[in-house]
Design a protein around this ligand. Sequence first.
Ligand code: HGY
Ligand code: MN
Ligand code: MN
Length: 417
Amino acid sequence: MRAVVARAAAAVDAARLGRRHLELASIGAIGETGLNREALTDADFRARDLVLSWAAARGYRVLMDGIGNTFIRRPGRNEALAPVVTGSHIDSQPAGGAYDGAFGVLAACEVLEALDDAGIVTERSVEAVIWTNEEGSRFQPTTMGSAVFAGRLPLDQALRASDTAGITVATELDRLFKRMPAVGRREFGFPFAACVEAHIEQGPILERSGIPIGAVMAIQGLRWFTVRVTGETGHAGTTPRVARRDALMAAVAMVQRLTELMADPADVVRFTVGRFEVLPNSPNTIPSDVLFTVDFRHPDAGVLARLGDQVASTCQANALGCTVSVEETLDAPPTVLDADVTERIRRVTAEIGLAQMDIVSGATHDAKYVALTCPTGMIFIPCRDGVSHTVLEYAEPEQMVAGARVLAGVVASLAME
Ligand code: HGY
Ligand code: MN
Ligand code: MN
């Protein structure tokens, strides 16, 4: 097995990986280093076209499920066996970077071709996957495609999700499927033997430690809420305060009380109000409607439950005469990744001469849901200054190559069994 691991890792082609990263990063590029490639936009579709053109050149088979998750299959000796799957996402934040998700898809494609180039015939097929709408910025919730795949989000609920322009996931998926008539269909929950996702850390630990590889032990839990506050519009100059039902003032009071609820001297709680929309959004009209989102994360399930269960009541208690609806769009407990796959990541990393450390993921990933369906692990590489979800996101080419080499070794060893 060590020989197969070494051959697969050695066959990773740094030039090909680097060239393809630049090609992919150019689709939806903003400025020198940024990316706006939100889920199910034309940029997402063009990025999928590019990745599938690489697959076509190698004669790999492509399948898609009902939420657009896309699977690129390199056949193994025994087609009856469940495949080993590796991949991530290619959608980005609206002002994001070219590494979050993209690195995992590029590394997955590189693994398939490295296996080809090394002449390795695996027992099991190996598949590269593109998960639909991991970011959840355009359509909530995050990790939508993998959640539907794993049976944790009803397809009809995902299809109804709409963006700020009122366009639904269903409408955009229709456009996607029409662009790819030749791509075969796959049912949800198709069995995998194992899954490994490669990703940038999106935090500073690996870079500060000077360690090139992270073996991810667990992913912290997260809960997402969408809060809608409805008041009454009116003239800014003539409406007395006592007569107002000002949705903005109520929303501000709610966010203030939620900030107090989530206060944590140990700075472990992650509480973010990332989206805040006001209607009619005019300087001299009293706001009638506010929508805001809550992204709450913590590694401890008990804290997630205790504080998360108070979000709705805290909003209701500060309605200031307005009506409030609080919709929980995601409730994902902390997820421990598979011990055997993680040990394999450590072993392969050592075999190819790289240092690694165990790490817990502050960011969420599709691996969180896939882990509910099969043994799943994650490989992290460092990113500069630990920043992500910004146009400054960056990872060194040699770090990407190191991550892809470890991924190739781990996937090869899993697919030989
Ligand atoms: O939100 C996250 O943690 C992921 O990067 N989308
Ligand atoms: Mn990601
Ligand atoms: Mn992200």
